[in-house]
Design a protein around this ligand. Structure first.
Ligand code: F6R
Ligand code: MG
Ligand code: MG
Length: 364
């Protein structure tokens, strides 16, 4: 059975500040998606949150970028925004950057990761969701899952993975894309992936079968709006087991809380801390950045789950490490490399400050 798995998310109001999603907003989203399921548009859905972002996880058979599915999600966010406004939530409607829906939510503010595939007899999928960070935060974990044998032993000892994976990489500033065959092209690929604010892994495919293995949202809010309007807070879908990395190999990269862009005012580097879904409530200095993982088994498109994968005790050390890194990074205050470098701050107050000081610079 051919299934489309769509994850579409938006920050439509924070509770309190930018720290959490309000249950009434999520209840409204649930009402809207229940109707879409009743109407036959969706096979199944699950509503969750990561920090101040509402996550619509959906299965259907209409393919990716389907106008009706996207319009239904946009309308859901609009209705959720009304609830957020009534509750006086913070930044109600923040991510709805367009005045009206036009064909597709891409480029309109919400983040979007979708894949279409033939459902296997048993189909484990992990939906990763992040808050207080940008699209690009998945580069390092996706590299480790699908190209690093020190993370994924299956690349070495599982014959059905030994030939490697294809990475589709997007240049989000130059609006171009390129594909790399791994393992033989990893050195070239890492030149780009190591600059995650510019180059992002959009998708990963199995080399022998061409099956899609992973897809991420690469929408950059600042590039859409031309100014700082909140961080992208990206999502990523990964298929697992069989010809793909095992669930434990998919989760393993997050045992190291790597430094990502985001945190306070979207202008800092901080550790990406794996937490349970209820613990995705960025508080200290509006962070540190969070990642959650909802695991599902698909059954004829039905979402059996979720299991809250990072609620597991085996991620306690990663959390502690992230908190220690947060302490250390915070001590740098407004200094790089805690604060982002100037060229990454072009969508904040920085251009205004430079303009103000313009006339006061004299030649050396
Ligand atoms: C970061 C984030 C927050 C806000 C900060 C200021 O992604 O959402 O750190 O940037 O709380 O928010 P505003 O400008 O809305 O007052
Ligand atoms: Mg917010
Ligand atoms: Mg957010």
């Amino acid at each position: 059975m051919r299934i489309t798995l769509s994850v579409i998310k938006a920050d439509i109001g924070g509770y309190v500040g930018h720290s959490e999603s309000h249950p009434e907003v999520m209840a409204k989203a649930d009402e809207c998606l229940a109707k879409a399921k009743g109407d036959g548009l969706l096979i199944d859905y699950y509503i969750t949150k990561c920090g101040d972002d509402v996550q619509l996880i959906m299965t259907h058979q209409r393919g990716v970028d389907n106008e009706e599915v996207h319009k239904m999600c946009w309308d859901t966010f609009v209705e959720g925004t009304e609830v957020a406004r009534k509750l006086g939530l913070y930044g109600a409607g923040q991510d709805l950057l367009a005045d009206a829906f036009s064909g597709n939510v891409r480029g309109m503010g919400p983040g979007c990761a979708e894949m279409e595939f033939e459902e296997r007899p048993a189909e484990p999928v992990i939906v990763f969701m992040a808050d207080k960070t940008s699209a690009g935060a998945w580069n390092l974990p996706l590299y480790k899952m699908f190209a690093d044998p020190f993370n994924t032993i299956g690349l070495v000892i599982a014959p059905n993975m030994h030939n490697g994976f294809i990475f589709e990489v997007h240049d989000v500033k130059g609006h171009k894309k390129i594909s790399f065959n791994t393992p033989e092209e990893i050195y070239d690929m890492l030149v780009l992936l190591g600059a995650p604010s510019h180059y992002m892994v959009k998708a990963v495919y199995h080399r022998d079968t061409g099956d899609i293995a992973a897809v991420s949202s690469t929408e950059r809010l600042s590039l859409i709006a031309g100014r700082y309007v909140g961080k992208d807070d990206p999502v990523c879908i990964v298929r697992s087991q069989g010809i793909f990395p095992a669930v434990g190999e998919v989760l393993e990269p997050f045992a190291t809380p790597t430094l990502v862009e985001g945190w306070m005012r979207g202008s800092h580097h901080g550790p990406l801390m794996p937490t349970s879904i209820p613990d995705s409530t960025p508080t200290r200095f509006d962070g540190p950045p969070r990642v959650t993982a909802a695991g599902f088994q698909l059954q004829d498109g039905k979402l059996v789950g979720p299991r809250d994968m990072f609620a597991d005790k085996s991620y306690d050390n990663a959390r502690q490490k992230a908190l220690d890194i947060a302490d250390y990074m915070r001590q740098h205050g407004p200094f790089e490399p805690h604060r982002l470098p100037l060229d990454e701050m072009e969508y904040t107050t920085m251009p205004g400050v430079m303009k103000k000081l313009e006339g006061r610079f004299t030649d050396l």
